[in-house]
Ligand binder design. Sequence first.
Ligand SMILES: C[S@@+](CC[C@H](N)C(=O)[O-])C[C@H]1O[C@@H](n2cnc3c(N)ncnc32)[C@H](O)[C@@H]1O
Length: 269
Amino acid sequence: MMSASVTTWAAGDYPAMARRLVPVAEAMVAAAAIRPDDRVVDVATGTGNAAILAAQRAARTVGVDFEPALLELARRRAADDGLTVDWRLGDVCRLPLADDSAEVVLSVFGVMYANDHDAAARELSRVCAPAGRVLLAAWTPGSLLPALGQVLGGYLPPPPAASGPPSRWGDRALVGPLLAAADLRITSTDVHRLDLRFTSADAATEFLIDTAGHVVAERDRLVAQGRWEALRADLRSFVGDRGVADDGGVRLGLEYLLLTATPSSAGTA
Ligand SMILES: C[S@@+](CC[C@H](N)C(=O)[O-])C[C@H]1O[C@@H](n2cnc3c(N)ncnc32)[C@H](O)[C@@H]1O
């Protein structure tokens, strides 16, 4: 039985988006060069994309998320694959993990959504072992999903107060000081693009709506207010502006920053 959701992350079809994000988890896990004896934690694991890939390489993997319904899907996926992952319910700002508990700390479009950026950065640093590494993926400012958020802004309740926009984590100049204040030093950054292909602009529009739990959660209210069709039309126009014709369909390019950081004290005995 599906666990009851406690956040809007599970209100729509987020797993359909997660399936499209697998290449990002693959890129991160490859960059992490995980060894069999590494302890790995995937922070804000969602349906477990990165944790499941990590568990194919390392014996001890933990996946943390604050949404039980997604964690339950992750648990089922790992069980189906015969993989052992320690799934834990928890907030990125108060990770249910001991200090220095992982050589590899991963977060794919996860920690960027913390309300308290400083607390989240401190938690990544706290759980990372002294000789460990932290790898993060975050949408760059102005890229497709942050821009979509601007379009939706007029229709949705204001997001909870946060330390800054999530895409702060996708800008090296902004995330560098944030991590440095938590004693993490960036050692590499790369900007990548994930392409999502759809049969039509309408299909792309429906996908962006259906996979956005915070939009789906507001649908009844917006329908009752007679504003739902306007939201759909604005999103359709957004897809028209941002989409590229591709083999009879449409392609959306989603740009993200992939970074690696290490404890600042590493190598400075
Ligand atoms: C865009 S999804 C990414 C999920 C997964 N990492 C992936 O690659 O598909 C964001 C995830 O962050 C989780 N999340 C957001 N804020 C969180 C918080 N404060 N603590 C724990 N999880 C959080 C959500 O529940 C969701 O699973």
